[in-house]
Design a protein around this ligand. Structure first.
Ligand SMILES: [Fe+2]
Ligand SMILES: [Fe+2]
Length: 204
């Protein structure tokens, strides 16, 4: 959809580097903008994966972990109420609130084929990589009797191959995201299977 194109390459203001919303502010925005519980769960799942990746794979400190988590938490904030303005509206909101440009950029590039913004930083690339795959894994957990318990790589890959399953999840985007991030699909799936259940248990 061409009208989703952001037609920009610069996001936020460098002067706001490291400026973040507090956890309370971010959750207030999430709850105010996203009435749909399922969408909120998706955003929290992606947020948690981003935080874990920042900590475990990138070895970043807590302040940086929160920057990654925040990008995940708010990436779809405008999707439910303003689908035609996704993700323009949340980008502009965070710019007005003087948020770190790296966080805004990551959100702006979470769907390069829709928004026309290429993921550049590792934060950008991981948000793009986790987004669709996290959704597919979650859909798979909902149809399994034991949920996430006992889920394995082979099972997820089978679902990925079955076109009828979670048909709205773009397989092309998943492959493209792995290539851009330089991470194998197996590594990414294993990371999601390992971490996503933690959050889902808290949410249940
Ligand atoms: Fe999105
Ligand atoms: Fe998403």
């Amino acid at each position: 959809m061409t009208d989703r194109l952001l037609n920009r390459t610069v996001f936020g203001n460098e002067e706001n580097k490291n400026r973040v919303l507090t956890r309370d502010e971010a959750y207030t925005l999430l709850n105010n903008w996203v009435p749909n519980e399922k969408l909120r769960v998706h955003m929290q799942q992606v947020a948690y994966l981003m935080q874990r990746w920042a900590a475990e794979a990138e070895g970043l400190d807590e302040a940086d972990q929160w920057r990654w988590e925040m990008a995940g938490l708010l990436h779809d904030a405008d999707w439910e109420q303003w689908p035609d303005l996704h993700c323009r509206k949340i980008v502009e909101e965070l710019e007005q609130r003087n948020v770190d440009p790296e966080i805004i950029r990551a959100i702006a590039s979470h769907g390069p084929s829709y928004f026309g913004v290429d993921p550049v930083t590792t934060m950008d690339k991981m948000l793009y990589a986790f987004d669709e795959l996290s959704g597919l894994v979650h859909a798979y957990s909902l149809m399994r009797e034991t949920g996430y318990e006992g889920m394995d790589l082979a099972g997820v890959k089978k679902k990925l191959k079955s076109k009828g399953f979670a048909a709205n999840v773009s397989r092309d985007d998943i492959q493209d995201a792995c290539e851009r991030a330089g991470i194998s699909l197996d590594t990414l799936i294993a990371f999601i299977i390992k971490h996503q259940p933690m959050l889902s248990k808290q949410k249940a």
